[in-house]
Design a protein around this ligand. Structure first.
Ligand code: ADP
Ligand code: MN
Ligand code: MN
Ligand code: MN
Length: 338
């Protein structure tokens, strides 16, 4: 049997926002099924997940795809973290989403997440001069040309590796602030979108390494009159996607309003810096929804309003959110009653 490298990826226990970790294991390949990938372990005392005296944590493979960085038959493996005694680790939020997804599977929830991020050199976003600031926002969003977009080579490389890995990428665009970009994953089910979003973040950080560039998911990387970075979460159920769906969209919005205070803490650390009521956001202290309204908490896309069905866009999640948390919260609220 040929030997391949499997890069095991997991989410650590760093507070307030967890970090991605990974390490590679040589295993027999090529791998056809998840069950062929062995469990593995790591030193949880080095990742804020265990004490030195009882440091072993378990990595349980839950999803794998081709490794577009190493190529060949090598693979990337998304994992869940368990304690040595087999119980779910406190940092394993995916395990909760698994339960929620199973409970509400008949609603057929779909998600499409717009991941915004900012590329940094050692001190500031790409495109920011050594001293002072670049020209004000206006010409950068979906821009082309030197002086208008920064870091495109990384963005293009990232796009190619996401496609080669089979991730359900929906598109990419340059954002409003220099050095800021977006890609979207979906629409797919809650576990798929969250797994693929975390993997796509890993790939982005990995590609940017080659350019000595740091990827920031900070919701407000530059204070002042500069756009923050979000993770707009587009959502639908079967009922929302079918004729007559508008009524279900309205109901969903009213429920999201009711549980605004439960959702906000799960939508990313430091999000209050971003949700100010300016720069295409609604204040974190309010909840509003509306058709085509980019100043609302939840936007009903014009196309959905016109068709009478489709999906809604929760604009509140921050770029650094955990999609396992966000998707779990939305499904629980809209399909159930929190
Ligand atoms: P915006 O106009 O807000 O920038 P984007 O085009 O960036 O919108 O993102 C829209 C997202 O909505 C895409 O990721 C797409 O996958 C997702 N989407 C489309 N239809 C649905 C649906 N029925 N349910 C959930 N998500 C959807
Ligand atoms: Mn978008
Ligand atoms: Mn955007
Ligand atoms: Mn959006």
């Amino acid at each position: 049997m040929p030997r391949i490298l499997a890069e095991y990826i997991w989410i650590d226990g760093t507070k307030p926002s967890p970090l991605l970790r990974s390490k590679a294991k040589v295993i027999d390949g090529p791998v056809q099924r998840l069950t062929e990938i062995p469990e593995w372990g790591f030193d949880g005392s080095s990742t804020n997940q265990a004490t030195t005296g009882s440091s072993d944590c378990v990595l349980q493979p839950v999803f794998f795809c081709p490794d577009p960085i190493r190529g060949g038959n090598n693979i990337l493996v998304m994992t869940e973290v368990f304690n040595a005694d087999g119980t779910v680790h406190a940092t394993n939020i995916r395990a909760h989403l698994r339960e929620v997804a199973a409970q509400y599977a008949t609603h057929e929830p779909w998600f499409g997440i717009e991941q915004e991020y900012t590329l940094f050199n050692s001190i500031q976003p790409l495109g920011f001069p050594e001293h002072g600031f670049p020209e004000p926002q206006g010409k950068y969003y979906c821009g082309v040309g030197s002086g208008r977009v920064y870091g495109r080579e990384i963005v293009e490389r990232h796009t190619q590796v996401c496609l080669a890995a089979g991730l359900r990428l929906a598109g990419i665009n340059a954002e409003v602030m220099p050095g800021q970009w977006e890609y979207q994953i979906g629409p797919v089910g809650p576990l798929e979108v969250a797994d693929e979003l975390w993997l796509s973040r890993w790939l982005l950080a990995r590609i940017a390494e080659n350019y000595n560039v740091r990827v920031s998911f900070d919701p407000k990387p530059i204070k002042g009159d500069w756009n923050g970075a979000g993770a707009h979460t587009n959502f639908s159920t079967k009922a929302i996607r079918e004729p007559g769906g508008m009524q279900h969209i309205e109901e969903a919005c009213k429920k999201l309003q009711l549980y605004h205070e439960q959702h906000v803490p799960l939508y990313g650390h430091g999000n209050e810096e971003r949700l100010t009521g300016q720069h295409e956001t609604c204040s974190i202290r309010e909840f509003r929804y509306g058709v085509s309204d980019r100043g609302a908490s939840v936007r009903i896309p014009l196309a959905a309003a016109k068709a009478g069905y489709g999906y809604l866009e929760d604009r509140r999640p921050a770029a650094n959110c955990d999609p396992y948390q966000v998707c779990g919260a939305i499904v629980k609220t809209v399909c159930g009653n929190w």
